[in-house]
Design a binder for this molecule. Structure first.
Ligand SMILES: Nc1ncnc2c1ncn2[C@@H]1O[C@H](COP(=O)(O)OP(=O)(O)OP(=O)(O)O)[C@@H](O)[C@H]1O
Ligand SMILES: [Mg+2]
Length: 340
């Protein structure tokens, strides 16, 4: 596969924020992530809060340095480059869209300046060409010309997110990462922003990494879905079959919680809290909440197993059988938890 971005055994370990000044606690935000993203594909990322989705997103676009492992952009190791070279590679090659456009944009700058800034920083074209590019970007994301001199505060939330998208696209990157791009917006404008992203992705041939809590939206938007749990990628599955074809019990549980309208089922219960990212359980981190877990799961984290369809792999000692309906898993999960 001709990779656009490739993570190889990427780890991010933070010092814990709480717990006193002299704590040596570490937070395992991302553990052993291997991931390849091809030009033009859309990859969705799902998992509960704190599982490392934003960390993965930031590592992919080169704004966060992994504490171990490598990130390659078009085959070149980002963190082996010098700082200037990396800034150029990252700035021109990737774009990031954040959750809240009102904090992501400089409140004192007019839209024109916000959109010109990346062109100025990376010294693209002449003054006239930059002005022209700003106009082009505004029309690309459907912002009226009249807003060129407006400040972010004078725009609606949806318009602000369009500005953020335009800015991310300013240098024509091959990869755009959108981290919860609609969760701070009114429900009424969410679909417009999602459609805009899909439309731009088609027109510009972008690879898109899309992070959201709304997993049905992730499924609809994506070619491939990545499931994360406690800092680890535990499954990669084609989006079309993820609801009933995913093999990791956790992916099934996640997707069972928001069934389609046609054939609703009881969700597979995820009992208890997500364990601490400071002291992840031994072996498979999901075992403390998994109805299939046994001693093997406590002993070691399984490697990836290839599923029958290409682009589908999972890390589980006791995967869901191929073709097994989620409906049956619901029963299984309940009966395994009944006191005996
Ligand atoms: N700078 C930091 N210092 C310490 N811990 C951090 C830091 N950034 C993130 N973490 C921790 O790393 C883990 C992963 O965080 P991350 O933000 O990637 O999760 P997430 O999946 O994006 O969560 P959410 O769905 O809530 O946005 C969490 O336990 C978080 O508290
Ligand atoms: Mg996040």
């Amino acid at each position: 596969m001709n990779a656009l971005v490739e993570l190889s055994d990427a780890h991010v370990v933070h010092k814990a924020r709480s717990g006193g000044l002299f704590t040596r606690d570490k937070v395992y935000a991302l553990t052993g992530a291997d991931l390849t993203i091809a030009p033009g594909e859309t990859v969705g990322v799902v998992g509960e809060s704190g599982c490392g989705k934003s960390t993965l997103a930031k590592v992919l676009v080169g704004v966060e340095r992994p504490t171990a492992g490598t990130v390659s952009l078009r085959g070149r190791d980002l963190w082996a480059m010098g700082p200037a070279e990396r800034r150029t590679a990252v700035g021109a090659g990737t774009g990031m869209i954040f959750q809240d456009p009102s904090t992501a944009l400089n409140r004192r700058l007019p839209i024109r300046q916000i959109l010109r800034d990346p062109l100025d920083v990376h010294d693209r074209g002449t003054r006239v060409q930059r002005e022209e590019r700003v106009r082009e970007l505004m029309s690309l994301v459907g912002l009226p010309r009249a807003l060129t001199d407006a400040l972010p505060g004078q725009l609606s939330g949806g318009q602000r997110q369009r500005v953020a998208i335009a800015r991310a696209l300013a240098l024509d990157p091959g990869l755009v990462v959108a981290d919860e791009p609609t969760s701070a917006l009114d429900v009424s404008v969410r679909a417009q922003i999602l459609n805009l992203l899909l439309d731009l992705k088609e027109r510009l041939g972008l690879a898109l990494v899309f992070v959201s809590h709304d997993i049905q939206t992730v499924r609809r938007m994506s070619d491939r879905v990545i499931t994360m749990y406690l800092g680890r990628i535990v499954e990669e599955a084609p989006a079309a079959g993820v609801t009933d074809g995913s093999r990791h019990p956790y992916t099934r549980a996640l997707f069972s919680a928001t069934p389609g309208l046609l054939d609703p089922i009881d969700p597979i219960p995820l009992v208890g809290p997500v364990p601490s990212a400071t002291r992840p359980p031994s072996g498979c981190p999901f075992r403390t909440r998994c109805w299939k877990a046994d001693e093997v799961c406590a002993r070691e984290m399984p490697g990836f197993t290839a599923a029958s369809s290409p682009e589908h792999r999972f890390r589980c000692h006791h995967p869901v059988e191929e073709g097994e309906a989620t409906r049956d898993l619901v029963r299984q999960s309940h009966s395994s938890r009944e006191p005996s």
